[in-house]
Structure formats: C-alpha cells, structure tokens
Write a protein that binds this ligand. Structure first.
Ligand code: GDP
Ligand code: IMO
Ligand code: MG
Length: 429
C-alpha cells in the first residue's frame, strides 16, 4: 500500500510541516529520513503554534506513528526537550520509534560545527550550528556513534575514544579550544539510554510490515532539493540527501514501494545562510515580502533572504524528485502585489538557459529572465476551492503549473490547518 515521499522544492521553509499536517488524518506512519534539528517546521493547529525541529511534523496527529529513520542524525538532549514540550501541551508522543541505526550528534560535533564556521570566516556556509555536518562526516568516515551503541557501553567508549583521538588534536591545535574528555561524553550519552530504550527499533522492518498490512506511510524530508548534498548548490548545502531518493536510503524503503512524491513549493523563494540565489531581492520589495511572509528562521531566528518565484528551480525539483503533485504554499503572501514577476529562465553569460546550469559558477552568474504576471490584489485567505480564487490568481497557478511540469494539487492560502485549497487528492482514498 501507499508510500508517499514529501520533499521541499527550493531551499527549505516551503511549509513542509503544514503539508505533512494536512495529510495527517490520511496517514498511519510518518518517517523523518534525513537531517536533524537543523530543520524548523511551524505548524498552526486551531490557532496554536507548534515549532518542531527534530521530530517529524506528523507527530501532531493523534494515532499517527512517528518514526525517526536511520538517515537522521539525533541530538538526544534536543529529542527529549522536544518530547517534553509536546507532552506538556497535551500531544501524545508515546508511539515514537527511533531507528537503532540512526547516528547521534555527539556534543563535540556541535562544538566543531560552530568553530569550523568561525574559522572559515568569509567562506562560511552559514550552518545552523547544530552539529549536522560533522556528524554526517563522522558517519562517512566510519567513526560515528549510533543509537544502538548506547546499549553496549564498552563499544560506545571505544568509539568515542577513537573519534576524539583526531578531534581533540584538531580542537586544541587548530581551533585553540579545550580538548574533550571521553568519559564525560560517554556519561552524557548514557544518561539518555534508559529513556530512549523503549523507542529503539528496526524501523525499516516496521515500515515494511506496515506497508504489507496496507498502512499509509509518509516520508517527510527536512531541508529541500537545493540543500541536498548531491543535487543542491554545493557547498552551500546541508550534509544529507533531502531529495526523494534520500527517503529510500534514509528510511530503508525500497524505491519500488514509493507510489507518490509530493513537493512543497513556496509561491516565492527564500534561503537561509550563504550561497547563490538568482532571484534574491535586496531592495525594499524584498523587505516587504519578508515582513508579509514573516520570513525569519524557525530554528535560528535569522532573517531569511527572499526573492521572487523561480520556476527553473521548480522544474529541476520535478525532475530530480520525480514529483507527482505539488503543494503551492503562501500564495496569500502575494495578495497585495500589482505585478508578480516569475523567473522562467536564466541568462548565463549572454546565453538563455531553461534548465539548472550544470556548473556552480554558471549558477552564480545566472541572471533571471522574468515574466511579469498581473497581481490579483484581493484577499484570498477565505478561498477553499480553486473557483473561489480571483481569475488572475487562477491564471497564475495555471502558469506556474505549466512551467514546473507537474500538477499543483493543493494551494496554501494561510498558515492555519484549514487554510488550504485541495484541488486533486493527495492520497489514494
Ligand atoms: P518547513 O520548514 O518547510 O516546514 O517550513 P517552515 O515552517 O520553516 O516555514 C513555513 C512558514 O509558513 C510557517 O510559519 C508556516 O506556518 C507558514 N505557512 C505554511 N503554509 C502557508 C500558507 O499557505 N500561507 C501562509 N501565509 N503561511 C503559510
Ligand atoms: P527546513 O527543514 C532552511 C541551511 C542552513 C545552511 C545550510 C547548512 O526547516 O526547511 P546545516 O546546519 O544543515 O549544516 O546548514 O543549510 N538549512 C536550512 N535552511 N531550512 C532548513 O530546514 C534548513 N536546514 C539547514 O541555513 O545554509
Ligand atoms: Mg523550516
């Protein structure tokens, strides 16, 4: 039965949390498959705001089993802080499962993330400082610590000591920081082991059994297509695979079981951190869009960089992820604009290109070619069907749909759970 993958189409913060929440009552399992607490999802339920980082957004729907997959990097202190905060607000989190193969963000990796960024100076990535990059680097270097290591103290100690052998040299000799004591790290990690134990599972097996039993499984990405370590704007990316393929490796889900790929596309573009951004607006129009859209980071509070919609990126997201359905979000944020420019291609050194340029240098030099669409200048927050929308707004949606090459099945007209237009069904039932 259906496995659905949900990804971000741009540089994150498209409204994936809200889209997942929208599917909540039609899914049985929600799996986070990449990233960690670098993500920030704001979900508004009944006027109440929830900010989720490490936990999948589907945790807010009663009866849905949330899973932290093997592809996620877990900061245990953050995990329990988030769980406690949700429990205190009456959310039942007892069904949570955590993969035994997920890697742990050791405290030294959070330190290393921050000092590395400081050391890079002008060349920094603008990371969230949560230890994500160094933890994935350890995983690839085969010196990572996994959830299952918490249950074999001597192995855990050996692994921490091995990791610290090099890291302490780096911290002390290159970054001029205090060396980390292995015993302290081991003691901190072990302090969470008992509480975590009942949640630890072979999550890939559970997902497979759930699908065999006819359950609906939603795999929810953190970050987004252009932040993907392979397909994004490298090196200005996160350190995991945030595209649809990442759901297979990060959840242990075979590609042949994926039925549908939903991408969330914001009606304009934002980016947090450094890196190229062709349609970026650094003028007062950008400031206006940032204020209207409340574009300040959920995780770090940083003002997000903003710009017009770029359908070259949308088209790329369709191709890389095999998108079957788009959820177009924050369309209401464009209500007051007289004209709405949409970037349909780039001028790269005098040549028009309609696809993402192959090289980063070309993408850096890409100058947007815009088509100006007339704005509708009407409040659309009350619309609940496509026909409720003003004619110019409908035309805008149809234009974007044609450009990105996959249908727009849902349209966000406000942050609330019910502020959505469902045009085509997003699940089979
Ligand atoms: P995520 O990281 O992709 O889950 O997105 P974030 O939660 O970081 O950012 C999206 C923001 O937009 C959140 O504050 C949402 O409440 C809000 N949002 C989502 N969809 C809509 C929409 O259709 N209209 C408006 N006005 N806000 C929305
Ligand atoms: P959600 O899931 C937007 C960005 C950071 C930085 C780069 C690398 O809310 O869409 P990292 O800490 O991951 O090593 O930082 O990636 N970044 C995000 N930007 N939304 C996110 O998540 C992000 N997660 C990481 O700003 O540029
Ligand atoms: Mg976010």
């Amino acid at each position: 039965m259906p496995a659905i993958v949900l990804v971000g189409a741009q540089w994150g913060d498209e409204g994936k949390g809200k889209a997942t929440d929208l599917l909540g009552d039609r899914i049985d399992y929600v799996v986070k498959f990449n990233g960690g607490n670098n993500a920030g999802h704001t979900v508004v339920v009944g006027g109440e705001k929830y900010a989720l980082h490490l936990l999948p957004s589907g945790i807010l729907t009663p009866g849905v089993t949330p899973i932290i997959g093997n592809g996620v990097v877990v900061d245990l202190a953050v995990l329990f802080t988030e769980l406690d905060a949700l429990e205190a607000r009456g959310v039942d989190t007892s069904l949570l499962r955590v993969s035994a193969n997920a890697h742990l963000i050791a405290p030294y990796n959070t330190v290393l993330d921050k000092v590395t960024e400081r050391f890079l100076g002008q060349r920094k990535i603008g990371t969230t400082g949560r230890g994500i990059g160094p933890t994935y680097a350890d995983k690839m270097n085969r010196v990572g610590i996994r959830v299952q290591d918490l249950y074999d103290e001597s192995i855990l100690r050996q692994k921490v000591e091995a990791a610290l052998e090099v890291k302490n040299q780096l911290l002390a000799k290159v970054y001029n920081r205090r060396a980390v004591v292995a015993d302290e790290v081991v003691a901190e990690l072990l302090s969470y082991a008992d509480r975590l134990a009942p949640m630890v599972a072979d999550t890939s097996l559970e997902i497979s059994q759930a699908l065999d039993a006819g359950k609906t499984v939603l795999c929810e990405a953190g970050q987004a297509t252009l932040l993907d370590v392979d397909h994004g704007t490298y090196p200005y990316v996160t350190s995991s695979n945030a595209t649809a393929g990442g759901a297979c490796t990060g959840a242990g889900l075979p590609p042949t079981r994926v039925d549908r790929v939903i991408a969330v596309l914001k009606a304009f573009t934002t980016r947090v951190g450094e890196g190229p951004f062709p349609t970026e607006l650094t003028d007062e129009v950008g400031d206006r869009l940032r204020i209207i859209g409340h574009e300040f980071g959920t995780t770090t509070g940083r003002p997000r960089r903003v710009g017009w919609l770029d359908v070259v990126i949308g088209r790329y997201a369709t191709r890389i992820n095999g998108v079957t359905d788009f959820v177009l979000t924050k369309l209401d944020n464009l209500d007051e604009f007289e004209t709405i420019p949409v970037c349909v291609a780039y001028d790269v050194n005098g040549v028009r290109v309609d696809e993402m340029p192959m090289s980063q240098s070309d993408f850096h030099h890409a100058v947007p070619i815009y088509e100006e669409l007339p704005g509708w200048q009407e409040d659309i927050t009350g619309a609940r069907t496509f026909e409720d929308l003003p004619a110019r707004c409908q035309e805008y949606i149809l234009f974007v749909e044609k450009q990105i090459g996959a249908r727009i099945s849902a349209i966000g007209v406000g942050p609330g759970r019910d502020e959505i237009i469902q045009r085509y069904p997003l699940t089979e039932d």
